[in-house]
Design a protein around this ligand. Structure first.
Ligand code: ATP
Length: 221
């Protein structure tokens, strides 16, 4: 059975690194669909610069017309912090016990996994696919090394054979783009065209989010 994949994040704002990561993961996993899942209140980081509904609006523009990529607003409809555990329980209830479900994480997010709420139970609900990300190197927490030793696989196709339980490491072409980089460039009045999709950039410019001025749309190119 083809998996359903989920890529959670703050998407503050969504950028080409997210979209390429989603496409790479969907292809490698041969997933039916990948859903981008914006969090309301991220438990492990500062409050996002832009409100949840606005981040969702940018995401909807970013995925419009992209085949088999959608966004899933369920974390914005819940109260309190956005725990991935609660999200996976809710998605699992929706898709049934048998369908493979894959939580896709960049290597930086995976490195922080042991601080997540009920993190050890996540692999009982879904597989985890860890995408390479530039600058996310260094030593892994020994608990994650243990998890990789017991549940790791290098074969994406294996994830289609069971609903949950495996951890896959996936090398993807590096794109050293982050939301932090985009926010900082916008604040400096610099041009971010081709780092975020044009329809998203248009929205950022019209609303003046992230301190964006008129050069944000690339009109000076
Ligand atoms: P910030 O700079 O604000 O921390 P970010 O660019 O890391 O943001 P998030 O919304 O936190 O974006 O990322 C959501 C998910 O996408 C995370 O699992 C993250 O590792 C992954 N991701 C983001 N950018 C990339 C990229 N360029 N390459 C691979 N994975 C990425």
């Amino acid at each position: 059975m083809k998996p359903l994949a989920l890529l959670g994040g703050t998407f503050d704002p969504v950028h080409v690194g997210h979209l390429r990561a989603a496409i790479e993961a969907r292809e490698a996993l041969d997933a039916e669909e990948i859903r981008l899942l914006p969090c309301a209140l991220p438990p492990h980081r500062d409050r996002p610069a832009v409100a949840p509904e606005q981040r969702l609006e940018m995401l909807e523009r970013a995925v419009a017309g992209l085949p088999r990529i959608s966004c899933d607003p369920r974390e914005l409809r819940r109260r309190g912090p956005s725990y991935s555990y609660d999200t996976l329980v809710s998605v699992r209830a929706e898709i049934g016990e048998r369908r493979p479900l894959v939580l896709v994480l960049g290597a930086d997010a995976f490195a922080g996994l042991p601080s997540w709420y009920r993190w050890r139970e996540l692999v009982g609900l879904a597989h985890i696919a860890v995408l390479s990300r530039p600058d996310a190197h260094g030593l892994l927490d020994p608990r994650l090394e243990e998890l990789l030793a017991s549940a790791g696989t290098a074969a994406p196709a294996e994830l289609s054979g069971s609903p949950a339980g495996l951890v896959l490491r996936l090398e993807i072409p590096p794109l050293p783009v982050s939301s932090t980089l985009i926010r900082s460039r916008l604040q400096q009045g610099r041009n971010v065209r081709f780092l975020v999709p044009d329809p998203v950039l248009e929205l950022i410019r019209i609303r003046g989010w992230y301190g964006a001025g008129s050069s944000a749309d690339g009109s000076d190119l």
